[in-house]
Structure formats: structure tokens, C-alpha cells
Design a protein around this ligand. Structure first.
Ligand code: ZN
Length: 303
């Protein structure tokens, strides 16, 4: 059996023909071009689906970087692809493609792929956290997506500092204001104004370069990653104390730095209840393809 999996992110749309075992048989990547408006974006999607579609395709599973109503097939809102706010994407695509089409949040699909075929496949209760523009999350219980009452679980927007700055979601001091690509870069810039580091010669800076410098024993780079790790550790503590999952799978920018992950585990050990403080923290297996694979798996596992 085959399905089309699509991952719509802020900068790129990835689409592929995927087997039940998660093998990608063919893949097409295009720019999202969200500044061109919703009509263009939907046309682009139709174009790539036409290229991948055939009689053998069971359905189309789509991951979207934003808040979605998966039952209605509608995008509620997205910080980075705002042209698609309030668009019923499934309805639009069904005008052309008479197949099963399902829509889900991208981080939820990343977690789903990891829970079914990836790092969490041996476990029944998997929580996923992934760092891209913000912190996305997913909860997979007994191999099924846990959606809550209205398909919304946003662990990245739980408060870890009640005196913290206001977040785009309306809350204050959210986890994603402290951990992830943007906070890491902000912290790096702040530290470089005061301290000397090899990083000053490595502009333009990226999280990868900070990690490289840290592995070469640059003290400032190490301190930046450890600080990020401590914040992540507070987030992990909240998850294990609240849910007691079998494992937490880390994806996106969170899974790249061992220094950061080890510090997060240390912090979790200090803070969490002893019986849950050893919860397995795993790195995602599918990296950039998890959203796409999760999309296809959503089709295979649906009735
Ligand atoms: Zn928030």
C-alpha cells in the first residue's frame, strides 16, 4: 500500500510517495511562497499531488505548521503561513482529488511517525517535542494520536517562567520563548556582547555553529547550550510529572546537540519525581522526513 505524505512548513513544502513501512519512493520539495497568497499555495499543492498521484495511492495525509481542526480539515491559524488562516484545505483539495485526505498539525505527525516506526516504536505512550520556528509537540497514546477535546495540545506554550515576556499565543513565559532556534540565537548575541568567544568570528551564526564551537570546548558556546538545556529540562520535568510517558522523542533543532540534551536530562533528574526522572529521552529517527511519513501513516492507520 502507498500514500502521499505532505509536510507544509513556513519555508518549504515536502511531499512524497510513502509505503506502509515508511519508505519514501519519490519526493518533491518546493518553496512554500506563503507571501504569494493562498490561491498560489493551493495551486502549488495541486501541482505536486498530480505529479505523485496514481491509482495505487490510498490517500493524502497532510501536516501543517499551525493550529488545525483535523476533524473539519480546516486550518485555524498559523504564525508563519498566515495566508492559509481559516482555509478548509481538505475541502479545497477534494474538489480535484477524489481520495481520502486528512490534515493534522505537523509536530503531531512527527511524533506519530516516531511512535509508529521511529525512535518510539517499542513504546505505547510517546510524547514528542520538536524545535523549528517554535516548539511543536505531539502526544501518541497506544499508537493513536491523542487530540484532546479540540485537537490542541501545545506543550511549547506551557509557562516555565510566570514573570516571563509575553508570547505570541497570549500567554507569558512559554517554553518556546526559552528553548529553540530563536532563543538560542538571542542568547548567543547577548553573551557575545559581553564575553569573548570564537563564535564572534563565525557570523552568520546558526545553532549548528554554536554546537560545533561547544564541541571544540568554547566556554561561551558550552554555557549557551547548557542554559538552553536547563530550560528544556524544566519543560521535560513538566511532561513527565504530568503524563508519565514511556518516552519523550526530541526532533528538529532539539535533537542535534548532545551537550544540550544531556544538560536537559540532568535538570529533569533534579526536578522530577524520582520514579519518572529516568524517563527515556530519545532523538528522533526520521529527522526532516518525519512530518511527511507521519502524514502517510495517518492515512494507513485511518479507517
Ligand atoms: Zn506561548
Amino acid at each position: 500500500m502507498k500514500a502521499i505524505g505532505i509536510d507544509i512548513g513556513g519555508t518549504e513544502i515536502k511531499a512524497g510517495i510513502i509505503t506502509e513501512k515508511g519508505k519514501i519512493l519519490k519526493q518533491i520539495n518546493i518553496e512554500t511562497e506563503s507571501n504569494q497568497g493562498k490561491k498560489k499555495l493551493i495551486q502549488n499543492l495541486e501541482r505536486i499531488i498530480e505529479k505523485l498521484d496514481s491509482k495505487e495511492i490510498k490517500g493524502i495525509g497532510i501536516g501543517f505548521a499551525g493550529d488545525v481542526d483535523s476533524v473539519a480539515g480546516k486550518i485555524i491559524q498559523s504564525p508563519n503561513i498566515s495566508c492559509m488562516n481559516k482555509v478548509n484545505l481538505v475541502k479545497e483539495l477534494k474538489k480535484k482529488f477524489k481520495k481520502k485526505i486528512l490534515l493534522q498539525n505537523d509536530a503531531t505527525l512527527m511524533t506519530f511517525a516516531e511512535a509508529i516506526l521511529g525512535a518510539g516504536k517499542k513504546f505505547n505512550f510517546v510524547v514528542g517535542l520538536t524545535a523549528g520556528t517554535g516548539i511543536g509537540s505531539g502526544i501518541i497514546l497506544n499508537k493513536k494520536i491523542y487530540s484532546g477535546k479540540s485537537n490542541l495540545t501545545e506543550i511549547g506554550h506551557t509557562t516555565i517562567n510566570f514573570n516571563g515576556p509575553k508570547c505570541s499565543c497570549g500567554n507569558y513565559g512559554c517554553l518556546e520563548l526559552y528553548v529553540g532556534i530563536k532563543p538560542l540565537m538571542r542568547l548567543t548575541e547577548m553573551k557575545l556582547e559581553v564575553f569573548k568567544s570564537k563564535l564572534s568570528e563565525m557570523w552568520p551564526l546558526t545553532p549548528k555553529k554554536v554546537d560545533e564551537a561547544a564541541r571544540k570546548k568554547d566556554k561561551i558556546a558550552i554555557s549557551i547550550l547548557k542554559e538552553q538545556g536547563r530550560y528544556l529540562g524544566i519543560g521535560l520535568t513538566n511532561i513527565v510529572n504530568f503524563f508519565n510517558p514511556d518516552t519523550i522523542v526530541l526532533g528538529g533543532g532539539l535533537s542535534n546537540s548532545d551537550i544540550l540534551i544531556n544538560e536537559a536530562k540532568k535538570e529533569m533528574k533534579l526536578r522530577a519525581f524520582k520514579r519518572v526522572s529516568n524517563t527515556k529521552i530519545l532523538k528522533a529517527k526520521f529527522k526532516n522526513h518525519a512530518g511527511m511519513i507521519g502524514g502517510a501513516l495517518m492515512i494507513f492507520k485511518s479507517n
